[in-house]
Structure formats: structure tokens, C-alpha cells
Design a protein around this ligand. Sequence first.
Ligand SMILES: Cc1cc2nc3c(=O)[nH]c(=O)nc-3n(C[C@H](O)[C@H](O)[C@H](O)COP(=O)(O)OP(=O)(O)OC[C@H]3O[C@@H](n4cnc5c(N)ncnc54)[C@H](O)[C@@H]3O)c2cc1C
Ligand code: FES
Length: 279
Amino acid sequence: MNNPYVPYPVRISKTLVETEDKQLKSFWLDFLNPADAKAFDYTPGQFAELSVSGYGEIPIGIASSPTEGDTLLFTVNKVGHVTRKLHNMAEGDIMGVRGPLGNHYPLKDMEGKNVVIVAGGFAVTTLRATMNWLLHPDNRAKYGDITFIYGARTPGLLLYTDEWTEWQKRDDCNIHVTIDREAPGWTGLVGFGVDIVKKVQPKPENSVALICGPPIMIRFTWPVFEGLGWTTDQVVLSLENRMKCGIGICGRCNVGPEYVCKDGPVFTKAQLDKLPAEY
Ligand SMILES: Cc1cc2nc3c(=O)[nH]c(=O)nc-3n(C[C@H](O)[C@H](O)[C@H](O)COP(=O)(O)OP(=O)(O)OC[C@H]3O[C@@H](n4cnc5c(N)ncnc54)[C@H](O)[C@@H]3O)c2cc1C
Ligand code: FES
């Protein structure tokens, strides 16, 4: 990327309303210039600034994995000015992507280890990217057991259902998808993600956990891992602080000395425990 403020032009190639409340919509984006696709060299856990002309830019986690090809996937919750406009855009529309930004999950350090993923709500996006990376034929043998625990409030709020349904058919990963309360037609697990962690009891030996979700989920989930003997350097979290530049210049995202946009958004719990509780 020559000028880090200039977005790459992309075309929306596909959209999908993901949830029954229509709040979450996925966007598949194709680069207009093939050279830009090459330059956009990313790793699961990173984010990008999505740029909508006349409206502004928003940081959004990259939900695709580079193992899936050049098309980028983002899943966006409709909450305000830019996200509302984005939800009204259609296939064929042109917009911008600036990035990739931030650090990523420690996929290299995770090689040879068991991986436990715990996702709550729509924070599953970059963990979907990670699952696609881990399960890719070029990568699967590099990792030990893979456990994926994903919870949403209702069946209609679960994202990427076609994909985790396919993962459930594989015998090289353990997929646990749960909803908060019984619901008509739902035959899967019921209970919070943390309840499933208590049942599964992931072992800490030679393992790493990636946990993403609302702060309350993380607050309740960490003590369960701690009780099972996990240490703070084995648990990796991703922050979603307010951001502007995304490249460590404006100071909008600071937590203590760390720029969440540049030094993060991915931190171990051990790193976060040393920071002021401003995140
Ligand atoms: C690294 C990172 C990854 C993210 N990944 C995703 C993702 O994959 N999908 C997704 O839908 N969202 C994600 N977000 C959050 C997303 O950036 C905000 O929801 C978005 O910027 C809101 O833009 P807006 O113009 O529509 O809202 P605004 O009109 O600016 O605000 C609308 C409401 O949202 C609140 N808000 C704005 N930004 C944030 C924020 N960062 N955190 C919490 N509340 C906020 C405002 O206070 C206000 O209440 C991510 C944020 C970061 C920093
Ligand atoms: S968003 Fe500007 S420094 Fe992080």
C-alpha cells in the first residue's frame, strides 16, 4: 500500500442477510485491480477500514481467510451512519477497502498445539476466518485438536450456518454450536457458550484458546479456563475499540501505551492484564 490513507477500489460481488432480525449482512468484495488483490496480503485476525464514499470509513474484521482466494468477506452489524448506508448498497456497487490493518492471531506460534475457539454473537467473524485457515488441507496437519464453541441468543442469530454445519460432519474437529434458550425446531445444544466450555473442559496442556465475544462473555469465560489450569498467556482476545486512522497516527484507539489498531487488535490476556482497564 503506497499511501496508507488511500483505499483500494472494490466491487460488491455478493451480499447475504445473515440473521432473521436483518441486523447482520455479509458482503463479498472483489478488487477492481488484480494487483491490489496481491498487495492486500492478510492473515486471520486482521481488520480493514471499509470506505463508503460520502459517508465515511469503519473498521471491520476480515471474515474471509486468504486460503479462500482473493474475494474478501465482511459481516456488518447495522448500528449507525456508515453501517446503515452499507446495508443499503447492492451487488455491483463500488466502494473502498483500506488495509489490511492491525496484527493477527498467532497462527505460526499455534502450530503443533491444540486450538480452542470460543465465539459469542457476531464476534465470530474473524474466528470464521481462522477456522477456514486451520481446516484448509495445506494447514490442518500443522495443528492438534481443534475445538470450536459458538453461541448466539437464538437460532436465527447464528451466522455462517451452512459452514459450521459442514464442519460438524468432519471427524478432525469438534464443533459445538449453542443457543441461550430452547427454541422451536432447534435440536442442537442449549446454554451459554461458557456452559459448553464447562462441559467440554478443554485441557490446557500444549493448547491455545482464541476467545471473541461481548465483554460479559469474556468476563464469565476466562475464570472457567483459569479453573481448568489455563494461564493468561495461553488465552488470546481481540479488542474492538473506537478507531479512526487505523494505522497508529491519530491516537483515537489508545489503551495505555498500546495502539489497538497497530499493536492489536489481538492481545493475549497476559498483555491485557498489564494495561489500564479502558478497553
Ligand atoms: C478492529 C475492529 C473490528 C470490528 N469488526 C466488526 C465486524 O466484523 N462487524 C461489525 O459489524 N462491526 C465491527 N466493528 C465495529 C464497527 O467498526 C462499528 O460498529 C462501526 O464503526 C459503526 O459505524 P457507524 O458509522 O455505522 O456507527 P456510528 O454512527 O458511528 O455509531 C452508531 C453507534 O455505534 C456505536 N459504535 C461506533 N463504533 C463502535 C465501536 N467500535 N464499538 C462499539 N460501538 C461503536 C456508537 O457509539 C453509536 O452508538 C469492529 C470494530 C473494530 C475496531
Ligand atoms: S485509530 Fe488512529 S491511532 Fe489507532
